[in-house]
Design a protein around this ligand. Structure first.
Ligand code: ZN
Length: 301
């Protein structure tokens, strides 16, 4: 069975006119099959095709690790019923012409930025730093239409570092749709507790009540905001961050124990030393996450 390339691209109302597949890249010339634009004068459908407009160049989600670049030939339509019979270039909802990418790719970049930096994302996905920054700034303070959600079972609060080793952070608020696909709800230009709390409070009460889980890194401001505004929701630590902190705690403890027992290279029994700090670490973790109340939450190694 042959799968049409349109299906792989997963975009509504387009047809691929030509595709060029190289080792690292897929380039497609495409055009819209919708058949109208929205008249800039009256907001109604303009259906009389007049001519082709400019050809855009847009990045889209990678396929099989190949960068995907789409070149839609825009179409201009005239609305005959409108005064002066104005023409309007068709713009499709799936792309952001100013950000030069499909909206799915913009959201992909935003997700890639979680716990990462602009320079890393730029390098990994072959997008110029300026472009990543522009996608981010377009989404900063931007919020999606909440009316499209019947429920918000799970939301994520993640920080994005603007520069490597730099103290500037923005906050990415995300959720998952009914198909478990991650969606960006909002991006804020700081990571203050007040900002996040205000956002959570601005979600209509009925919709807010449907939030069961908040996944967040271990930043106190996020946790406090979530606990304050969403008392019904379970706050879950970000796995990546938790693992990193556990490793750091593990390492600190190992160093401390080594200091107490002398050089790591001259112990009476290296196995015994290892055993000791492993045990201490387990005790620490049990106290830390189990709170000393039973074994149910204890981490086992
Ligand atoms: Zn009109």
């Amino acid at each position: 069975m042959q799968v049409p390339i349109e299906q792989l691209l997963g975009l509504p109302g387009i047809q691929v006119l030509n595709a060029e597949i190289t080792e690292h890249e897929i380039k497609c010339d495409i055009e819209s099959t919708r058949g109208y634009s929205i008249c800039h004068q009256c907001g109604q459908k303009a259906t009389r095709f007049l001519e082709h407009g400019e050809t855009l160049t847009l990045r889209h989600l990678p396929i099989c690790e190949k960068d995907v670049s789409l070149s839609p030939k825009t179409k201009r339509y005239r609305r005959l019923d409108c005064y002066g019979r104005p023409t309007t270039t068709e713009r499709c909802g799936w792309y952001d012409a100013d950000a030069k990418c499909a909206k799915a790719f913009a959201e992909f970049l935003l997700r890639a930025l979680v716990n990462s930096t602009i320079s890393d994302v730029s390098l990994n996905y072959h997008v110029p730093c300026d472009r990543v920054r522009s996608v981010l700034s377009r989404y900063v303070k931007g919020e999606v239409d909440r009316n499209q959600f019947g429920h918000l079972r799970q939301i994520g609060l993640d920080e994005i570092s603007l520069l490597k080793g730099h103290g500037d952070f923005v906050t990415n608020v995300s959720t998952r749709d009914d198909q478990e696909k991650p969606l960006v709800l909002a991006v804020f230009e700081d990571r203050k507790k007040e900002t996040i709390a205000a956002f959570l409070n601005s979600i209509p009460e009925q919709l807010r009540a449907t939030i069961e889980e908040v996944c967040t890194d271990l930043y106190e401001g996020f946790i406090n905001a979530a606990e304050e505004v969403l008392p019904q929701a379970k706050v879950l630590g970000d796995r990546f961050r938790v693992a990193k902190l556990y490793r750091a705690a593990f390492d600190d403890l190992r160093k401390k124990e080594m200091k107490e027992t002398g050089s790591a290279f001259q112990p009476l029994s290296p196995h015994l030393v290892g055993f000791k700090w492993l045990r201490s670490f387990r005790t620490l973790m049990a106290q830390d996450i189990g709170g000393g109340h039973g074994d149910s939450q204890r981490t086992t190694f």
